[in-house]
Design a protein around this ligand. Structure first.
Ligand code: CDP
Ligand code: CDP
Length: 230
């Protein structure tokens, strides 16, 4: 084998991908890759530059030229610092403005091409837990372990509300969060290019009623079981 193993975790918003992927990476001593942060960073740059969301040409140019860096930290609230073109956008990429526009930007083919290429470059040697929407289907189709993480919309909205609370952000109603999540799920699953889909060889983990450590343990067990089969 010419590279270390890769764990791909995909699923809808609020399923627990980031949290679980980070813990799995720590437990197995692998690198954690948050692909969603990259789409969010490009979206932040588009908004900051005042480029129209449907100006695909300008956005393509920006996506092809931008420099994105992801660096792990010890900060529990922001475990990964995100930089684009030298600006630290760790916090602004989590705002409602960015969240509401990111799916439209992530549907554009030039943006996906640019970011997927970067992800594949980072993942060349393997040894990582990558998390997003198209990791098992497109970015690393030969990943050794593929997980499709899900939970009901109401459970995911509840988790998001608690996250906002913890971050001291203004309260958003559960109804609003459920609407936002359902809309983003719909956009991500129905887009033409690399829609959110369970890979044929992924195992689905339904996380309603499970806590982070239970989900993490399931994935670590599955990984170790697969590892022993190779
Ligand atoms: O954390 P949350 O689930 O809210 O979103 P995220 O993982 O930060 O991803 C934000 C958005 O980026 C998603 O809603 C998708 O539109 C897009 N995305 C994508 O298209 N492909 C990926 N591999 C990761 C994210
Ligand atoms: O990345 P994604 O949007 O899929 O989810 P996240 O950003 O990791 O947010 C999930 C939130 O739900 C975090 O606050 C987790 O602590 C919490 N949670 C979880 O991830 N998994 C569970 N089984 C239960 C709760």
């Amino acid at each position: 084998r010419d590279r270390q193993p890769i764990i791909a975790i995909d699923g809808p918003a609020g399923a627990g991908k980031s949290t679980v992927a980070r813990q799995v990476a720590t437990k197995l001593n692998l690198v954690y890759l948050d692909s969603g942060a990259m789409y969010r960073a490009v979206t932040w740059l588009v908004l900051q530059k005042g480029i129209a969301i449907d100006d695909e040409c300008a956005i393509a140019e920006l996506a092809n030229q931008c420099q994105i860096e992801l660096t792990p930290t010890q900060d529990l609230k922001f475990p990964v610092r995100v930089w684009i073109n030298g600006t630290d956008v760790t916090q602004p990429i989590r705002t409602i403005e960015v969240t509401s526009q990111v799916s439209a930007i992530a549907a554009q083919s030039a943006v996906r091409q640019a970011l997927v290429k970067q992800q594949q470059r980072w993942g060349k040697k393997g040894g990582l837990v990558a998390e997003g929407r198209d990791i098992g289907t497109h970015v690393f189709p030969d990943a050794e372990v593929k997980i499709f993480l899900t939970a009901s919309v109401s459970e995911r909205a509840r988790r998001r509300q608690q996250d906002f609370e913890k971050l001291g952000q203004p309260e958003v109603s559960l109804e609003q969060l459920e609407r936002d999540i359902a809309e983003r799920d719909w956009k991500d699953s129905t887009r033409k290019i690399s829609p959110l889909q369970k890979a044929a060889d992924a195992i689905e983990v339904q996380t309603d009623g499970l806590d982070v450590s239970q989900v993490t343990a399931q994935i670590v067990n599955y990984y170790q079981q697969r590892l022993s089969e190779w």
